[in-house]
Design a protein around this ligand. Sequence first.
Ligand code: BJW
Length: 257
Amino acid sequence: MKEFRSIVVLTGAGISAESGIGTFRDLGGLWGRHRVEDVASPEGFSRDPELVHRFYNLRRRTLLSGDIHPNPAHRALARLEGGFTGDFLLVTQNIDDLHERAGSGDPVHMHGELLKARCAACGAVRGISVDLGNEDACAQCGRHGLMRPHVVWFGEMPMEMDRILPRLEQCDLFVAIGTSGQVYPAAGFVDVARRAGAYTVELNLERTGVVDEFDESIQGPAGETVPPFTEGLLRGGDAALSGAARRPPDSNRGRGR
Ligand code: BJW
């Protein structure tokens, strides 16, 4: 039986969908209602900061409304982190704080955090639970009109890549949950992990367009698929996986991906 020593989990919008936070690219998703270039690019922010602030203020209010809670998938990952004796890294593309609320210790928020703001002038970051506006001043440098959501827009460098890449390069299990695999560099993580010899698993509501990149794919709502998957990992290394994972690493390759 294969015992995993180093796990990297990547989560996307789908893990928070059952908590009531909309995804981006599904039917009815955020990008169907907002132009990406208007609300999620540095150019859009320069053109119309009020619009961008409205977009993120609304999402922040929803996150803090009291109606949004972690779901069983978030909690299962926190249990895995607590119970797994090897190396474990949780990377999320999500800007919500549901992993933390579920008990995950130190998830990497590679696309930033909705509950933080950053000064575009001096780079100071502060926590924020209220609306952000054009008139706001930076508590650090005092400049007005340059506070922005602490998130990563298209064309910007994702955060903490120096923490993520070394772990991907030495993991033996990579798991992607609730992400469409369309946005880079996160979409390329599976390839980095595969080249490191890791077994790769996708958990998603449906087979994604990138399913062939993975050794194994598990379909269903994250709240139903993630808990048995992580409990299986905690029970005995590969108890969560299909028979394929129990073959020696080399024979996992070339299975028509
Ligand atoms: C469920 C479910 C349930 C539903 N249970 N599952 C051409 C080629 C390659 C790259 C580029 C290119 N042109 C431009 C680029 C680069 C660009 C990019 O990738 N563009 C592509 C669109 C082509 N990337 C960037 O610009 C990034 N920066 C960058 O590359 O810097 C340079 C660099 C170079 C070298 C190394 C490193 C860096 C920055 C990307 C920033 C993305 N920002 C956003 C907004 C963040 C703030 C905010 O939230 O507003 O991040 S966009 C948005 O997409 C958000 C998400 O994190 C991200 C990913 O979305 P995700 O999570 O996958 O959501 P969906 O909606 O797409 O999918 C949901 C999935 O859940 C679906 O599959 C459902 O089936 C599933 N699901 N319910 C389980 N209940």
